[in-house]
Design a protein around this ligand. Structure first.
Ligand SMILES: Cc1cc2nc3c(=O)[nH]c(=O)nc-3n(C[C@H](O)[C@H](O)[C@H](O)COP(=O)(O)O)c2cc1C
Length: 390
């Protein structure tokens, strides 16, 4: 790669590692784990994005304890038994020259849910009859996620301290499973996010009340994770910059306040999402605009002075390149566009650098695709499925 290489595709050093490019697969739940264990699904699913040219392939959220799963289909890392299944996935990602990231989290009061395509509601007696029994969610307070959702158990201080240790233990396992990057899931109304927001945290102790006490859980988890995560490996933190509860909720101003505190504790990148405190940020009726969260990433990078990652309807190669070129974020995470086209990074490179050959593709495809391209050029054909020219 030379200086003509689009910025999106230039390597980026971060701590002791070098990200091969600036494109990260966004964390996306698969609901395909079996009792928390990774399956062949995860190998094939994450493997295709490594083949597709993502510099960093990030897993869906992986829970630090059994009760911290959202659904029965979530991945877990609360015991060493989970390491080999995840190691298969990271080994393949590495074999393709990409880095492997894992998102670590806890569902909090959004636990005991159905998979989205099963309705996304609370688990019911009918689910229990199918072997998927409900359980009691755990949260900062006993405020349920919705009227039909179970009342969470409000964590005691000793239980909070125990959970913080579990976060540390989970990332120590993630290191042994071969992951290069950890992202802490502090967004979307799940446990960490629900400690931050005044809408979901009505405690009046060391972990609730004013802003600094609501931030304490997130900061303590970060400290525990950094202590258990090798110092040469990067740490990301995903936050809902605004949590979706309007004036009552967690705000941009609050995010600007926490960002430098996270950086002091060893966070390298803030992944800037939004919403989710009272519903899913993605499963929603309102359609958001192109790059709708990029202004958040820009604020974190330029106002809070902490490196950031932008995510949310980043669909087009030039759009992504413009975001990093203009200094709005350091990294780009791509979610649904990658589900649509797992080879999106390789296609983006060809769109941004039209003279790029197929040498960046794996040989098993690239050698043939170059010849296909030669034929297309010779006969003036359309490159991908458009009607033949008349
Ligand atoms: C199928 C699916 C599953 C998701 N699962 C997670 C998740 O596990 N953790 C998370 O932080 N966000 C999750 N998200 C949100 C995405 O990471 C991303 O922020 C969101 O989809 C917006 O980006 P996009 O427009 O590029 O898809 C999920 C989104 C989708 C579509």
């Amino acid at each position: 790669m030379n200086t003509d290489t689009p910025l999106l595709f230039r390597p980026m050093p971060l701590r002791g590692l070098t990200l091969p490019n600036r494109l990260v697969l966004a964390p996306m739940m698969q609901y395909r784990a079996e009792n928390g264990f990774a399956t062949d699904w995860h190998l094939a699913h994450y493997g295709k994005f490594a083949l597709g040219g993502f510099g960093v392939v990030m897993t869906e959220v992986v829970s630090v304890e059994k009760a911290g799963r959202i659904t029965h289909g979530d991945l877990g890392l609360w015991s060493d038994e989970f390491i080999p299944g995840l190691k298969r996935v990271t080994d393949f990602i590495h074999s393709q020259g990409a880095l492997a990231a894992i998102q670590i989290g806890h569902s909090g009061r959004k636990a005991s849910s159905q998979r989205v395509w099963e309705g996304g509601g609370p688990l019911t007696a009918a689910d229990a009859a199918n072997g998927e029994a409900p359980w009691t969610p755990r949260g900062p307070s006993d405020l349920p996620y919705g009227p039909e959702f179970p009342k969470p158990h409000a964590l005691t201080i000793p239980e909070i301290e125990e959970l913080i240790i579990k976060f540390g233990e989970a990332v120590a396992r993630a290191d042994r499973a071969g992951f290069d990057i950890v992202e802490i899931h502090g967004a979307h109304g799940y446990l960490i996010s629900s400690f931050l927001s005044p809408v979901t945290n009505n405690r009046q102790d060391a972990y609730g009340g004013d802003l600094s006490r609501r931030m304490k859980f997130a900061l303590d988890v970060t400290t525990a994770i950094r202590a258990n995560w090798p110092s040469h490996k990067p740490l990301f933190f995903r936050i809902s910059i605004e949590d979706g509860a309007g004036k009552e909720g967690w705000s941009l101003e609050d995010s600007l306040a926490i960002a430098p505190l996270l950086a002091e504790r060893g966070v390298d990148i803030i992944d800037c999402s939004s919403g989710g405190i009272n519903g899913s940020p993605t499963v929603q009726n309102s359609i958001k605009g192109l790059g709708y969260q990029v202004p958040y990433a820009e604020q974190i990078k330029n106002a809070a002075k902490v490196p950031s990652m932008a995510v949310g309807l980043i669909l087009y190669p030039q759009q992504a390149e413009d975001v990093v070129q203009s200094g709005q974020s350091d990294l780009i995470a791509v979610g649904r566009q990658a589900l649509y086209d797992p080879f999106w990074p390789l296609h983006a490179l060809q769109a941004l650098a039209p003279d790029a050959t197929f040498k960046h593709w794996n040989e098993s495809s690239g050698w043939w695709l170059q010849r296909r391209a030669n034929a297309i050029a010779k006969f003036g054909l359309a490159p991908s499925g458009e009607p033949l020219p008349k």
